[in-house]
Design a protein around this ligand. Structure first.
Ligand code: SF4
Length: 281
């Protein structure tokens, strides 16, 4: 692990807080009235600015996220337009889309517009899923991941820990992920928002580190285990330990509705660990 280069990714919420689904961990659902910024389409100038900043700090991945259950005709066009504009201005970035459930046809259209990878998380185990979401089934998530593979896009799929799931649920989710053969596995740690009815994340830092290790061990063929949302809150001063437990990728900058730390701090952390930033995929 210590010789591995660390892949940096940045996420851009190009449509925020407008989702009608009821995922209990998500402040972007309109149902919970969380105090977050909500907008239909982020202005292209702002997106390009974020893309340039991410690249300037070493990011290779740039993920275009829309808050909705799945792709609509309108959001598909918006994502394609944004992808083309970002590819033109910052061609070194590898573009990822994260737009919810998607058909094979929709994914092929994204691919044509320059999207290289698609992120769709299973979130949790098949059995626990109905406890955290009642408006769409887990199976639909799994099928979208299968569609991503069929479309020949790179599959990025992971989940979120700390929702009240059992250890069996965690193992089950990781086994389901393994069956999809994802290239990258983003793992998130629930970041509580008081507008949400879920209990705060009960995991200790040691338990969370062990979950990174378990992810790596269960999905050994994944090229990247990425620590994504909740990193600062979950690991605090011990963020530098995540790499020794199997992480080789992180999200830098802000998350969808919460702030990350300034990007330069992460670069300093990697330098202090003698870890190099990956310069190619
Ligand atoms: S479908 Fe996605 S955006 Fe909508 S509430 Fe669930 S996690 Fe949030």
């Amino acid at each position: 692990m210590i010789n591995e280069k660390i892949f940096l990714c940045s996420i851009c919420n190009i449509n925020s807080g407008t989702c009608n689904e009821d995922c209990k961990f998500c402040s972007q659902s309109v149902r919970y009235k969380a105090d977050i910024e909500r907008y239909k389409q982020k202005p292209l100038d702002a997106i390009l600015q974020e893309a340039k900043e991410a690249r300037a700090h070493g990011a290779l991945g740039f993920c275009l996220v829309t808050a909705d259950k799945g792709i609509t005709e309108k959001s598909l066009k918006f994502v394609c337009d944004v992808a083309q504009a970002v590819s033109k201005e910052v061609p070194e970035l590898r573009l990822i889309a994260c737009n919810g459930t998607a058909t094979l046809e929709q994914l092929l259209i994204l691919k044509e517009s320059g999207i290289k990878a698609y992120n769709h998380n299973l979130e949790t185990s098949k059995d626990f899923y109905s406890k955290i979401c009642t408006t769409h089934p887990w199976q639909e998530r799994y099928e979208t991941c299968q569609n991503v593979n069929k479309a020949g896009l790179v599959l990025i799929s992971g989940g979120i820990f700390g929702l009240g799931e059992t250890q069996e649920d965690r193992v089950s989710m990781l086994e389901s992920l393994r069956s999809l053969n994802p290239t990258s596995v983003p793992i998130n740690f629930y970041h509580h928002n008081e507008a949400l009815e879920l209990e705060p994340n009960p995991l200790t830092t040691d338990e969370a580190l062990e979950l990174i290790k378990l992810t790596r061990e269960t999905i050994p063929h994944a090229q990247r285990i990425m620590v994504a949302g909740g990193r600062e809150l979950m690991f605090g001063e011990r963020q530098n330990e995540i790499f020794a437990y199997g992480a080789n990728s992180i999200v830098i900058g802000n998350y969808l509705t919460t702030n990350g730390r300034v990007m330069s701090k992460d670069l300093e952390m990697l330098k202090s660990l003698n870890l190099e930033v990956a310069k190619k995929v």
